[in-house]
Design a protein around this ligand. Structure first.
Ligand SMILES: C=CC1=C(C)c2cc3[nH]c(cc4nc(cc5[nH]c(cc1n2)c(C)c5CCC(=O)O)C(CCC(=O)O)=C4C)c(C)c3C=C
Ligand SMILES: [Fe+2]
Ligand SMILES: [Fe+2]
Length: 346
């Protein structure tokens, strides 16, 4: 069999035109693993409410961060793909879960190169229903309908893999080596608390309290909150961060349901109000810089910090197309093997 790899990221609108943003948000937010309520209610929330106002606001935000080559998330993902391709002979394709660079096109590109044994790499360090799971489910639907001849396995979340922790820690220490800061905030993309309860395989472990995510449990294989806290704990250990000088927060809340806490914006404000003058922030749920890091954190977050009395706000870039990150992914690609019908290890 001939091996190939499909790297998958979230996707972006085709342009910053509100019409393109609306089309993209419609596909994204109508995914039942993103807004996980019955179809009629999701249609009402997304098409009846969100899509009437949000596309214009989001388009303005995209406008602020858009590069001349296109969406940062896509351009960065393409650079990473090219770097990996230079290091390995296996064909490496890139696709997005939403938008024009579809998963179907990505699979077809590999099939056209003679590949029949595919490793899918969701570019998300932590598992979430709205990210890793929706990719795996869509890939399986496409395989059944269009590519039944393919053998496809997926790389699980790599939130605690030593190589990932190493490169993330290195990226933080490089950025902060000559910078004074009093607090390092680890800001992860938020999800509704409901998503955590739904994927608790034990049905009783996750309580989203002070202890469940640090008490060993099989639930943690699919617990986004545990995986985020664990990434932070491992980085803190590696960098020898002192307790009280770092913390976690969750960003980008949408809607009125309870989401993971504490929220990033309120945390930034609180730190400044409590007297923190110099803070740094890192966003380990994203491997590529995107709207949520370049606008929500680097622009809005900075503004909140300054308005509340903070002085220096340093943002650690995502791993993007760092050579050492491309090297690690290449190592995983060269070593991967299937451990059950759908899961790979590297
Ligand atoms: C119910 C809504 C959302 C959930 C759940 C959600 C989870 C989630 N998202 C990411 C990564 C990204 N999200 C991005 C943008 C974005 N996310 C939502 C909503 C939910 N995300 C919206 C409405 C948007 C669009 C932008 C906006 O209008 O504010 C992006 C950036 C894409 C880009 O083009 O740059 C990323 C990346 C993760 C990792 C995650 C769950 C863990
Ligand atoms: Fe999101
Ligand atoms: Fe938990």
């Amino acid at each position: 069999m001939k091996k190939g790899v499909l790297l998958v990221n979230l996707g972006s609108p085709d342009s910053t035109d509100p019409k393109d943003v609306k089309k993209y948000l419609d596909e994204f937010l109508m995914d039942p693993r993103v807004i996980d309520v019955p179809f009629w209610l999701r249609s009402f929330i997304v098409r009846g409410i969100i899509l009437n106002t949000r596309p214009k606001k989001s388009a303005e935000a995209y406008e602020k961060i858009w590069w001349k080559e296109g969406s940062p998330l896509i351009v960065i993902s393409e650079r990473l793909q090219k770097k990996i391709q230079q290091k390995t002979t296996a064909p490496i394709a890139l696709a997005m879960r939403y938008g024009s660079m579809t998963l179907k096109k990505g699979l077809q590109e590999l099939v056209d190169k003679g590949v029949d044994d595919i490793l899918v790499i969701p570019l998300y360090p932590q598992f979430a229903m709205a990210t890793t799971e929706t990719i795996d489910v869509k890939i399986e639907e496409l395989r059944k309908e269009f590519f039944p001849q393919l053998q496809i396995a997926s790389l699980p979340a790599f939130y605690n893999k030593p190589e990932y922790i190493e490169v993330l820690s290195k990226s933080i220490s490089e950025k902060l080596k000559n910078i004074e800061y009093e607090h390092l905030l680890f800001s992860y993309h938020g999800v509704p608390e409901r998503h955590i309860y739904k994927r608790d395989v034990t049905k009783s472990h996750c309580k989203i309290d002070g202890t469940c995510c640090v008490t060993p449990s099989p639930a943690h294989q699919f617990c986004y909150r545990h995986q985020c806290l664990q990434t932070t704990a491992l980085v803190a250990e590696k960098l020898n961060l002192k307790p009280g000088t770092y913390s976690n927060a969750f960003q980008s809340r949408l809607g009125f349901d309870p989401w993971l806490k504490p929220p990033t914006d309120r945390t930034i404000e609180r730190l400044a109000l409590e007297g923190t003058k110099k803070m740094a922030i890192v966003t380990p749920a994203f491997v590529s810089d995107c709207l949520e890091t370049l606008e929500e954190i680097a622009m809005e977050g900075q503004e909140i910090f300054h308005e509340a009395g903070g002085k220096e706000f340093t943002v650690v870039p995502c791993l993007n197309d760092r050579d050492d990150w491309a090297e690690i992914l290449t190592g995983w690609i060269d070593r991967w093997r299937i451990v059950d019908t759908k899961t790979a290890i590297a």
